[in-house]
Design a protein around this ligand. Structure first.
Ligand code: G3I
Length: 316
């Protein structure tokens, strides 16, 4: 199957005149077949990549995303600590740039993330009064979701809120408000942009019957029964049994990017009807936050890796 890809690649490269300079060099580094289009062809919604303002300005990131992916997630600039490090003073520039670029280039956007214990401003960490924290959450969610209403289609409303045993993780939100912060965040997000798909997002959800997975399923079951408007969870079969419309793999990276592991993840999403999408956590290995682990689909020189080609083979 790999040789079939090489054959596909050959005409593209051969057709480029040798003196086209930088533009042709960039083209050669993009993969010849879009992983996004192949995934959509298999009935899924999108295959995306995390990126950010600085990365998009550094070619060939933007060119690869445009050619090979269909969705972007802000790696850092949409987090509360980036948007409002000082109370009441917003830094929208970098997050806006990513959204504007995505809309101009036909890419969907996942809003990552509204409520997270990490990359959280000090002034939020320090709140001890319940009513003040409720108000601060309402304001943050309505301001942020409102700014991008109609342009951000999926929101990670709450992120990584569970401990490994499936209970609520300790954070300023759980300490001051208990579970109530989940309800507030989802309700305000729903009111502010009724068309956005609202997600609860977490990691280590890839083993069946694991404490965190069990906790996620039963808490989401309970919250949905109580009327909390949760539409989706990130990852898979057991999670898909919770009463949500969809699940997705939202931050995929795998150390050394083994072909068998990447294809297993894609196959798992294909096997689960409710699994709508996959997003990898970056484009090229040189920009991965997991330094030295080479966990992404493009190498340090932005060439597609064997895992990329194998996914295309699987989908075709
Ligand atoms: O922006 C500052 C810069 O001003 C400063 O000079 C520099 C010095 O260390 O730090 C910069 O901030 C860094 C930031 O990324 C932006 O580059 C932080 O130190 C660094 O900790 C931060 O790491 C991010 C990490 O979340 C923080 O938890 C990673 O880039 C980002 O990929 C990672 O993403 C998370 C998801 O949001 C949630 N799930 C886990 C995931 C990683 O798999």
């Amino acid at each position: 199957m790999k040789s079939a890809l090489a054959l596909l690649a050959a005409p593209l490269v051969a057709a480029l005149p040798s003196d086209m300079g930088k533009a042709s060099a960039l083209k050669q580094r993009q993969a010849p077949v879009s992983i996004h289009e192949a995934f959509v062809g298999a009935g899924k919604e999108f295959f995306g990549a995390a990126t950010d303002q600085g990365l998009l300005q550094r070619e060939p990131n933007a060119a690869i995303i445009r050619a090979n992916f269909g969705q972007v997630t802000h790696e850092n600039s949409m987090k509360w600590g980036s948007l409002e490090a000082n109370r009441g003073s917003y830094n929208w520039g970098p997050a806006d740039e990513v959204v504007d670029w995505a809309v101009a280039n036909g890419q969907l956007v996942r809003g990552h993330t509204l409520i997270w214990h990490s990359q959280l401003p000090q002034w939020v960490e320090g709140i001890t009064d319940a009513e003040e924290l409720r108000e601060v959450i309402r304001n943050h969610v309505s301001t942020t979701v409102g700014r991008y209403a109609g342009r951000i289609h999926h929101w990670d409303v709450v992120n990584e809120i569970l401990a490994e045993d499936g209970s609520l993780r300790d954070s300023v939100f759980s300490r001051v408000l208990g579970e109530e912060f989940v309800k507030i965040a989802f309700e305000v997000a729903r009111e502010t942009d009724p068309s956005a798909v609202l997600y609860i997002n977490d990691y280590n959800l890839d083993q069946a019957n694991y404490g965190k997975v069990n906790g996620m399923v039963s808490l989401v079951q309970k919250w949905v029964n109580e009327g909390v408007p949760i539409d989706g969870i990130a990852a898979l079969e057991q999670l898909a049994s919770a009463p949500v419309g969809e699940v997705a793999i939202t931050e995929l990276d795998i150390a050394q990017a083994p072909v068998e592991d990447y294809t297993a993840v894609v196959q798992a999403c294909l096997n689960v009807e409710k699994c709508t999408a996959i997003t990898v956590w970056g484009v090229g290995d040189a920009d991965s936050w997991r330094r030295g682990e080479d966990p992404l689909l493009f190498d340090n020189n932005f060439n597609p890796k064997p895992a990329y080609d194998a996914i295309i083979d699987l989908l075709s």
